[in-house]
Write a protein that binds this ligand. Structure first.
Ligand code: NDP
Length: 312
């Protein structure tokens, strides 16, 4: 594994980080989740991305991670960067969603309990909340750091103007935004244009999620929708998104990847790393997928011709 500094900070992150949004909840097989975490760890993946609502059931991905850490990796805590977030729905009522100080701090406390951690390395505001003054959300992050519950803070999914406001507030409070998290892939490149330059100009690291467009940029759907796949669950990736056109594009991209000696998911991850982002957060449902994806770091250089073909 190689590591890159996150923005202007002294924090280094692995080129590939592992996310626990899917396949690590109480409804997923624990042994597979554990095998993936241990495999990633052995390959130098030091950064694990979680959130208060990851499961299903919501919150249980934090419990799975906490159990593996406790039972298998406890002595390695200081070699890891563990992130959690609050911002989307966490619980019913007016204090379980958004960016209020009440929600941010209560959710951070709950996440610490579920993981069994004393502190998070990075705690994020998961989304911009237009109903809460941005100063309130940012001050909650600052106070989470000041009270020892997190070492660094991050933001995710903020529109570019609010992204800049967040950086300015955090900078003035001497708790600079270490990392900004956005959806980015060959299929969804917009944030690389709209948000990556803002992060770079303000000294924040930039980490991409859903680099494989939840599985569309792989060979997962070339022969229909397999049982157990994300599209088969029809929640975050819906079966109607797997159109003939999407599958045909995956096939054409797969042919370019093959000429580079890569699988399509490898090329999709390499393509992001070539954009000089800090790290790419991958998801996986098996050790085989994870291992396939980790090989992406071995070929992150693209010729102009390859970039043009991918664009086309
Ligand atoms: P990806 O785009 O990497 O999608 C992962 C899925 O793609 C896997 O679950 C699997 O689907 C399929 N897949 C992965 N590798 C392969 C392979 N080699 N061959 C075939 N299929 C493969 O990322 P995610 O959408 O899972 O997001 C990654 C992480 O980003 C999340 O876990 C989370 O930490 C973070 N995130 C953050 C968000 C935010 O708002 N800040 C929002 C979303 C994600 P299958 O399960 O069908 O096998």
């Amino acid at each position: 594994m190689d590591y890159r500094f996150s923005g202007n900070s002294g924090l280094q992150l692995p080129l590939i980080s592992l996310g626990l949004w899917h396949n690590f909840g109480s409804e997923d097989p624990y042994d597979i989740a554990r095998d993936m975490l241990l495999h990633a760890w052995e390959k130098g993946v030091t950064h694990f991305d979680i959130a208060n609502n990851y499961g299903p059931a919501p919150g249980t991905a934090e419990m799975t991670f906490g159990r593996v850490l406790r039972e298998d990796l406890a002595s390695h805590r200081d070699e890891m960067i563990i992130a959690s977030k609050a911002g989307y729905w966490g619980w019913d009522g007016p204090y379980g969603n958004g960016g209020s100080r009440k929600y941010m701090i209560a959710s951070c406390d709950q996440s610490l309990k579920r993981t069994g951690l004393e502190y998070f390395d990075i705690f994020y505001s998961h989304r911009y909340d237009p109903q809460t003054p941005i100063e309130e959300t940012m001050q909650a992050l600052v106070d989470i750091v000041r009270s020892g519950k997190a070492l660094y803070v991050g933001i995710s999914n903020y529109p570019a103007d609010k992204q800049k406001e967040a950086y300015d507030y955090l900078h003035a409070a001497h708790v600079p935004c270490v990392l900004s998290q956005y959806k980015a892939s060959i299929a969804f490149p917009e944030t690389l244009v709209n948000n990556l330059p803002v992060a770079q100009e303000n000294g924040s690291g930039f980490i991409c999620f859903s680099p494989l467009a939840q599985g569309l940029l792989t060979n997962r759907y070339l022969n229909g929708i397999p049982a157990g796949s994300r599209a088969s669950k029809n929640v975050f990736l819906r079966s109607e998104q797997v159109t003939d056109e999407v599958v045909a594009r995956a096939q054409r991209l797969g042919a370019i990847a093959a000429r580079r000696g890569q699988s399509l998911p490898q090329m999709a991850i390499s393509w992001l790393l070539a954009k000089n982002v800090t790290s790419v957060i991958i998801g996986a449902s098996s050790v085989t997928q994870l291992e396939d994806n980790l090989q992406a770091i071995n070929n992150i250089h693209f010729t102009e011709e390859e970039l043009n073909l991918i664009q086309a």
